[in-house]
Design a protein around this ligand. Structure first.
Ligand code: AMP
Length: 304
């Protein structure tokens, strides 16, 4: 089943207690796609400048990623810089340079408009709405966002949430968005806007799934090492949506959502082991299978 993602494609400067990377390939659509393409073909919508490394574009092309929705424009690629302190829980944005993003207006190739699954990765909510407006079918819509848009583009963000079925958001953001201090109240408020599924990411405490009347709590997958958490949420979303798309049906059942949470968690656990896309790009299928097995075993031992 076809999966479309719109989001940022970036050159990131990241500093963590484990080291530093300058102008490394990143962005919400990048991490999402490299994670989802393991399970389902991904159609990527975004923009880069002429300075974006050709090797990275070749890397996408060599994978299960369709680039007809990728615009390469005169100018510089979107750049973002972040620093993580000791525990890596808190992240501080050091700069955001919009560059080609400033005048970006996504135009979907006609084939993408009939997609079955659409993910609105972290990007300005006005652009998320533009993509929704171009849909000709009735895709299952997932959405991610960040504190910046809750603060600066709240009205557009609420409009986009009203048109989504699944929202993937972190615990601080959902409380900021709803102004409800308790998670269950915050989730209820978001669901009143429209989404039937809310996934709350809680950093090293894992994630919670609220799907209709079901509720599931998922720990993180104990990874070998934590080097750079940038993109963990996007690669979680990629594993999650990639799994749903691989099931084929728009109306997935709770067991599919449960399995999708597992895939998302496992893909995010690989992402954090290295800077940028290093680990995601070099990951083998046996490594994924092995970790899925280990994580499922862990979940079973927690419930029995
Ligand atoms: P995450 O760690 O999942 O929050 O995602 C980090 C990625 O988000 C980085 O690769 C950044 O390039 C990207 N990013 C940061 N700020 C923005 C923004 N304002 N709009 C879109 N993408 C962003």
């Amino acid at each position: 089943m076809s999966l479309v993602v719109v989001g940022s494609i970036a050159l990131d400067t990241v500093i963590t207690p484990k080291g530093r990377r300058d102008d490394a390939v990143g962005g919400s659509a990048t991490f999402f796609s490299l994670s989802a393409e393991r399970l389902s073909r991904v159609n990527m919508v975004g923009v880069v400048g002429k300075d974006f490394p050709l090797t990275a574009i070749r890397e996408f092309e060599a994978r299960n990623i369709d680039l007809r929705g990728l615009e390469v424009r005169e100018g510089k690629t979107f750049r973002w810089g972040g620093i993580y302190r000791k525990s890596m829980k808190e992240r501080e944005t050091i700069f955001t340079e919009l560059n080609v993003f400033e005048s970006f207006s996504p135009v979907l190739p006609p084939e993408y408009r009939q997609c079955d699954f659409l993910f609105l990765a972290n990007i300005h909510p006005a652009l998320q709405l533009q993509v929704l407006d171009q849909m000709e079918g009735k895709p299952l819509v997932g959405l991610d966002t960040m504190n910046l848009w809750i603060e600066t583009a709240r009205d557009d963000l609420i409009k986009a949430i009203r048109r989504s079925h699944i929202i993937i958001i972190n615990d601080e953001e959902i409380i900021q968005l709803t102004e409800e201090p308790y998670l269950v109240d915050a989730v209820r408020k978001v669901r009143e806007l429209g989404p039937h599924t809310v996934i709350v990411k809680k950093g090293k405490y894992g994630a919670e799934l609220f799907h209709y009347e079901h509720h599931g709590v998922y720990p993180i997958c104990p990874e070998n090492r934590l080097e750079d958490p940038t993109g963990a949420g996007d690669s979680f979303a990629g594993g999650f949506m990639g799994y749903l798309a691989s099931r084929g049906a728009r109306e997935c059942c709770y067991e599919d959502y449960h399995e999708a949470m597992i895939y998302g968690t496992v893909m995010a656990s690989f992402l954090v082991e290295s800077f940028s896309t290093d680990k995601l790009a070099s990951l083998t299928d046996p490594e994924i299978r092995e970790r899925l097995k280990m994580f499922k075993h862990l979940l079973k031992s927690k419930t029995s």
